[in-house]
Design a protein around this ligand. Structure first.
Ligand code: 5GP
Ligand code: ZN
Length: 145
């Protein structure tokens, strides 16, 4: 889809801090994170809403989100939980019309930080954050060897 910002990120025509990529799925940092490490997982092939998303693609997107949530627990983000959320459709506050799964790392006692992040939506050092999550992914992978 020519005008879709997430398709542009997939095609390399718009910048993003990538966390993970395979043939079907891309994960990158949210530009306005609620919490440090807030990541979006998308199908590479455009689908506006869940209505348009093949079920097997939904499975692939969730699989990556699942892995990221585990990686965040094994990273310097010190997460011990995560919110995995899809806002499906305008009525559900979907603002970017390309299906995306939010993976938002959480830590015990972070309620106030989360509320502040929800309002401020400020990014930090994206490269350092990406490095931390990737290190968590490496740790996760080493557990499964
Ligand atoms: P929604 O409300 O549609 O579920 O969330 C869309 C998310 O996409 C928001 O959290 C917003 O910050 C993020 N976002 C919007 N435009 C861009 C962009 O160009 N790059 C990145 N990395 N994230 C974006
Ligand atoms: Zn798109």
């Amino acid at each position: 889809m020519g005008s879709c910002i997430f398709c542009k990120i997939v095609d390399g025509d718009a910048p993003a801090t990538k966390i993970y990529e395979d043939d079907d799925v891309l994960a990158f940092l949210d530009i306005r994170p609620i919490m440090r490490g807030h990541t979006l997982v998308i199908p590479k092939k455009h689908a506006t809403e869940l209505e348009d998303l093949p079920a097997d693609m939904g499975t692939k997107v969730f699989r990556v989100g699942h892995g990221l949530a585990l990686a965040m627990r094994r990273s310097d983000l010190d997460a011990d939980g995560a919110n995995l959320v899809i806002n499906d459709g305008k009525s559900a506050f979907q603002t970017v019309p390309h299906v995306h799964l939010h993976v938002i790392p959480r830590r015990s006692g972070d309620k106030l930080r989360f509320a502040k992040g929800f309002v401020l939506r400020r990014g930090g050092d994206a490269e350092a954050t990406a490095t931390a999550i990737k290190a968590g992914m490496d740790r996760l992978e080493s557990e499964h060897l």
